[in-house]
Design a protein around this ligand. Sequence first.
Ligand code: ATP
Length: 295
Amino acid sequence: MSAQEQTASDRGVRETSTPEPLLRAERVAVEYGSKRRPNRVLHEVSLEVGAGECVGLVGESGSGKSTLGKAILGLVPVTSGTITFDGRDITHLAGRERRELASDIQVVFQDPYGSLNPRMTVGEILAEPLSTAGTGRAEARRIVGEMLERVNLPAGVIDRFPSEFSGGQRQRIAIARALVRKPRLIICDEPVSALDLTTQATVLDLLIELQRDTGVSYLFVSHDLGVVRRICHRVAVMYRGDLVEVGDGEQVTRDPQHPYSRRLLAASPVADPVLQAQRRADWLALRETQAAASA
Ligand SMILES: Nc1ncnc2c1ncn2[C@@H]1O[C@H](COP(=O)(O)OP(=O)(O)OP(=O)(O)O)[C@@H](O)[C@H]1O
C-alpha cells in the first residue's frame, strides 16, 4: 500500500475519543441575519474531538462546516447550546479570556495566499502570536527557528516575504504560525483545497507527522472525502446545518449509511473508473428510490 492510500486507521494512531473529550459541542445552533429575520444555519449540532484525534467534517458547500469551526473559535455568536474545551465552557468567551484561549486553539485557513500578511516577513508572521503572548524576542526567535524546521522550511526563509513562496510553502508557514503557541487543537478549514494534488499529499503528511509528534487534535473541515479518509480517525457528515452521520473515518468514507453521505461519496471522484461507475449507478438508483417515495 502506498503512503497515498494509507488511512488514519492504517497508521494505527488513536481511533476513538477519550472518555472526556478535549472539545465538546453540545446542541450548538448558530443564526445569521437579524433578530427579526434570523437565518439558522446550524441546528443543534453535537460533536466531540478527543485528545490526539483528527475528526473530519464533510458536507457540500453551504452545509455549515466553516460556521461550526467559527463558533468554536468565537468568531460567530452561538445562539444556543454549549461548547466546552477541556471541560471548560468557552461558548461565550470574549475579550482577554478569548484571546488567551488562542494558545490552546488555533486555525489554519484554506487560502495560503490571503491568510498571511504580505507586508510582514516570515519571521515576523511567526513571532507575532508569541509577542502577543508576552514571549521575549530571543526566545521567540528560537521558537520560530524550531517551528520552521518542524515544517521542513530552511531557517533562511525567516527574512523573506510570503509572496516569495509557492502555495504549499505558504501553507507550511501558516501551519508553523498555528503551531508556535503549542496549541492542543487546530481547526483546519479546507487546509489543502487550494493546493495541487502532489502538494496536498505533502501537506497532509506534514499534518499527520505533527499530530504523531505533538498529540495535537484536529477538527478537519473539508469537502474532499479522499483527503478526509487519509487523515481523519472519525468523520462527521453535515447536511444543511445538521450532522447526519458520525463514525469511523474508514467506514463513513467507504460505506456510509445515511443517504446524503452516500450521495456525497458518489459525487466524489475516485481513480478507479469501475468503482466510480458503480457509485454513480448506486447514486442514481438512490435518487430514483427517493423520488418514488416522495411521489
Ligand atoms: N457571515 C455570514 N452572514 C450570513 N450568512 C452566512 C455567513 N457566513 C455563512 N453564511 C451562510 O451560512 C451557511 C453555511 O455557510 P458555511 O460557510 O458555514 O458553509 P460551508 O459548509 O463551510 O461551505 P463551504 O464549503 O462553501 O465553505 C450558508 O448558507 C452561507 O451562505
